[in-house]
Design a protein. Sequence first.
Length: 119
Amino acid sequence: QVQPVESGGGLVQAGGSLRLSCAASGRTFSSYHMGWFRQAPGKEREFVAAISWSGGTTYYADSVKGRFTISRDNAKNTVYLQMNSLKPEDTAVYYCNAVRTPGTPLGSWGQGTQVTVSS
């Protein structure tokens, strides 16, 4: 199983950038597809981006396509989310998780990392 620990969130102005990291424990990290999800106040958790186990294929929600980039470093058991051109509507707690398909989480959730975008 993969146990995620997210970091890198913070407060940023609209148009700014942040890079989130997800360090995942587990010897089989490199065999899992991984995804990022987010949950805004009062809303359900939603899919943001996913990456195949090899890093060769990526998927994005329409709302972040062209602005966010997911990547991974299997040697470091880490998956990243580079977020550019941030908007106030990107404000949420961001989580990573192993995924079965791009929008289907597999394991337990970590604590997440808060991203707040001010207008």
